[in-house]
Design a protein around this ligand. Sequence first.
Ligand code: G3P
Length: 217
Amino acid sequence: MKFFVDTADIAAISELNDLGIVDGVTTNPSLIKKSGRDILEVTKEIAALVDGPVSAEVVATDASAMIAEGRKLAAIADNIAIKLPLTWDGLKACKTLSSEGHMINVTLCFSANQALLAAKAGATFISPFIGRLDDINLDGMELIADIREIYDNYGFETQILAASIRTVNHVSDAAKIGADVMTAPPEVIKKLAQHPLTDAGLAQFLKDAESAGIKIV
Ligand code: G3P
């Protein structure tokens, strides 16, 4: 499973990137707003920092304007994935921009049929939003499983990018289903390392090491 970081916070991306676990970055207009930075500047900086795809989202809503914005975002760096909303116009823009050879991340996906359309329009990634479905008492993970089944049935190469991940269980559940990629905020990625038994076990080992006078260097 590839790990993308869902943030436009350069310091947070750098910390995880230094660990070698970052396969890409996803941003959206809300995350750009949170960063307080100019979209073109911060996206350029992120794209230079990480090797993998960096998703940058358009803000236009009609296909021709989305295409113009997508081309401008793609010109920032070779590893930009143009993020387009799953609307009819977004699908038209996806078809055009993917035919030009750009990576496309189709976002705001909430149904299996939307995912099917995105794959047929040439999307590189489809981003089903798990947390936002859970928020309205639907099952986000069920959507990941449905898309996996449909894509496998027909051999679609579009990668399932599990998004709107809020908990560590979302990560392992999406991995069990076979999502190709997950994108999560840095805080969630760091929490993946935590376990109370690890903390308790380490505390005991350190106590014993101290009382036994164990010294290594
Ligand atoms: O990048 C899109 C997505 O991951 C948003 O997550 O938590 O705002 O629903 P969230």
